[in-house]
Design a protein around this ligand. Sequence first.
Ligand SMILES: Cc1cc2nc3c(=O)[nH]c(=O)nc-3n(C[C@H](O)[C@H](O)[C@H](O)COP(=O)(O)OP(=O)(O)OC[C@H]3O[C@@H](n4cnc5c(N)ncnc54)[C@H](O)[C@@H]3O)c2cc1C
Length: 418
Amino acid sequence: MDALPALDFTPAVGDLPFTPQQRSLLALAHELGASKFAPRAAQWDREASFPVANYDDLRGAGLLRLCVPESHGGLGADYPTYMMVAAELGRFCGATALTYNMHICSTMWTGVLADGIAMTPAERTEHARRRELHFRRVVQDGAVYAQPFSEGSAAAAGRAPFGTTARKVEGGWVVNGRKIFASLSGAADYYGVLCTEDKGDEKPDARDTLYLAVPATSEGFSIGGEWDPLGMRGTVSRNLAFKEVFVSDDEQLMPRGIYFKGAQTWPAMFFTLAPTYLGIANAAYDFTVSYLQGEVPGEPPVKRRMYPTKQVAVAQMRIQLEAMKSLFTRAILEAGPNPSKDARMRLYAAQYSVMEGANDIARLAIRTCGGQSMMKHLPLERLYRDSRCGSLMLPWTAELVLDRMGRETLYEPGEKDD
Ligand SMILES: Cc1cc2nc3c(=O)[nH]c(=O)nc-3n(C[C@H](O)[C@H](O)[C@H](O)COP(=O)(O)OP(=O)(O)OC[C@H]3O[C@@H](n4cnc5c(N)ncnc54)[C@H](O)[C@@H]3O)c2cc1C
């Protein structure tokens, strides 16, 4: 029998028939977020510094190993469970939730996602052996992984091979190139780098994408560039340079060619940035309701709820938020390998609605609450700035999602006009 008490809050994803594991993880994420992450969020934002203390708390609570399979000492959370937990964290500290996504993906792609990608028996054996090392680092050492793939070219959009290359040498790979926007730079223990196999004279091919873990201590690896952006300042997403960096064969997070297959098979792997922004949308909405009710702690108890225009705005925000949650939950519950065309369209629609919707809701929140609400001692202006970053994230920016949806609706794969 399910002995867990009911949740005493409404999760960011809404009320769903949660499993006992989901309920206890959501309670944990909510408690950590409300008591620890929310009070610290302004500091990381002001300093554009990484939320190290939050990662110590995540590690202490076992949440760094959320998606490591139970057989390897993790919590064995599946895709929808991760997405629910991430949305809950996002309502308290956007930068923590967004960077947590990069770390979690390194365990989820190699874990539950890889389990759904076709591999030969030899590839499966190789993968099983190598991921053991990687999971052990997370479980036993509390290691943190970053996920740098952006390069400022068409590669991160999935339209060209990565310019960062890996050359096969005895016992491992030699990596050369650069990455931009590497969240967790300077804070991660390992950088899960996507790069193209350098086969000498042959033309680079996206099918030869490799996914390698580069230890932060590697010779020839360096971090550079300024970090002073509009929002998501605590992600500390600086540039990485790789100059003849040697990594051993065991740092291969997926067998050769499997990342490319995975990206074709499991489109929902690119939807994992969205929960952060669903969390932010919830936070902006919740703030607006308490502000209009005159119940924001530390603020004068001035009520503004009696104005019909405010009531209409709150209703509009709620309608948009409910629509976002519905699409989001449908998309995460049906996520899996080889989705139908309809499921893929819903996934794109969910991504677009959440990423653009979060900023719409934050914008309406500031307009509705008014000038005093955008002061730096309140969270709303940070939510507004953070929310703007969601639809810029490749490969599924708002523009590229529109592009994909339109094209894939009107054309079947391989179809061309005469
Ligand atoms: C806070 C934050 C954290 C980030 N963290 C990470 C991280 O950890 N790892 C990581 O790899 N990246 C990360 N990124 C980078 C992100 O995923 C994008 O790569 C980055 O925002 C792209 O910026 P750009 O100016 O180079 O975009 P450009 O490539 O110049 O593109 C500009 C816009 O044009 C559109 N566009 C791009 N390519 C095409 C195309 N082929 N066809 C049509 N339209 C196109 C897109 O809508 C895009 O937004 C982060 C970004 C932000 C803002």
